[in-house]
Design a protein around this ligand. Structure first.
Ligand SMILES: [Zn+2]
Length: 331
């Protein structure tokens, strides 16, 4: 019997670095999570990435010789085999750093391939590999992550679609309102500015400032900052303002689904990230609006779902993509 091929998956977030050893069936062992210490600069972050990978390896009781690759999922766009980081809004100290090469140097076993990919792309690959894509036998799917921002990943014919130089699937920056609020990208009225958790909280604050009332929030969240989860819970318990905000969010995301279906003709659209805690209260208006606006043929048989992979999706996808790359000599 041949041993299973293994990669260490690392998910670099603005707050935490998560890592685990992932086998070729997508099973994770040796999960660890350490602080990113994003304000201590590039050297510290790179060292922590290498440390998290080593901790996961030891926790999973594996030798370096058992590991075929390290897959790193991170926010940003990466160029070339050295993983030169571009556009890293949350981890700015890594801008212009060849992250894959530097992590490779920092890892105890030199020469082990380190393959870096955008975190939402990695999550989309995980979804295609062992998530909803596999369950529903979908070869073409789109994933949208609804968190601090709105990220995206596109899988076409079972392959990650990276575009000409790796910037594909910026789904959070499709336009909803040409003269809308400013977005972090420099444009106005992007989906992300409205349908991220950040956007939802801004819309809540604006409604309160305009004199609207939220009895649920006033009762249950008297002394701390309101979270996206609070607004979801309030909507579920019948709070009219929060219900309207979640409905609107769902309608706008349904419009995003329509755009995706008209352009890409995928079979499956999966939403992930913090906002999906709202459950059916959010999923229903997304589906309703997508069905209402999409032409019948591209809508036929399409499934719109919330991810069930949870917090592991990023590291599983990063590891799976790395295994896939080295299997065809692309590392
Ligand atoms: Zn934008």
């Amino acid at each position: 019997m041949t041993a299973k091929r293994l990669a260490i998956g690392v998910d670099l977030g603005g707050t935490n670095i998560k890592a685990g050893v992932v086998d070729e069936t997508g099973r994770v062992s040796g999960r660890v999570s350490i602080s990113t210490n994003v304000h201590q600069g590039a050297e510290t972050i790179l060292r922590h990435i290498a440390r998290a990978a080593d901790m996961a390896r030891r926790k999973a009781k594996r030798r370096w010789a058992d590991i075929q690759a390290v897959g790193l999922g991170a926010p940003g766009v990466f160029e070339g085999p050295e993983g030169l980081m571009r556009l890293s809004p949350n981890i700015q100290s890594l801008d212009g750093v060849p992250v894959a090469r530097r992590v490779e140097e920092a890892i105890a076993r030199h020469g082990l391939p380190v393959i870096i990919e955008n975190d939402a792309n990695a999550a989309a690959y995980a979804e295609a590999w062992i998530g909803a894509g596999r369950t529903h036998k979908a070869r073409h799917l789109v994933l949208m992550t609804l968190g601090t921002g709105v990220g995206g990943g596109i899988i076409l014919n079972g392959e990650l679609w990276r575009g000409a130089w790796g910037t594909a699937a910026e789904l959070g920056h499709m336009n909803l309102f040409p003269e809308g609020v400013p977005c972090g990208c420099g444009n106005r009225g992007c989906l992300e500015a409205y349908c991220s958790v950040t956007g939802l909280l801004r819309r809540f604050d604006e409604a309160i400032e305009a004199g609207e009332k939220s009895p649920w929030i006033r009762k249950h969240v008297p002394r701390r900052a309101v979270t996206g989860r609070d607004i979801s819970d309030a909507a579920r318990d019948g709070d009219p303002l929060c219900g309207r905000l979640i409905d609107e969010t769902g309608r706008w995301l349904g419009i995003a689904v329509m755009n995706v279906l008209h352009i890409l003709n995928v079979e499956l659209v999966v939403f992930a990230g913090g906002m999906t805690a709202a459950g059916d209260r959010l999923l229903r208006p997304i589906r309703r609006e997508a069905r209402r606006r999409t032409m019948p043929l591209p809508m036929r048989g399409v499934k719109v779902l919330f991810s069930k992979l949870g917090n592991d999706a990023g590291l599983i996808g990063a590891a799976g993509w790395a295994l896939r790359q080295i299997a065809r000599g692309g590392a």
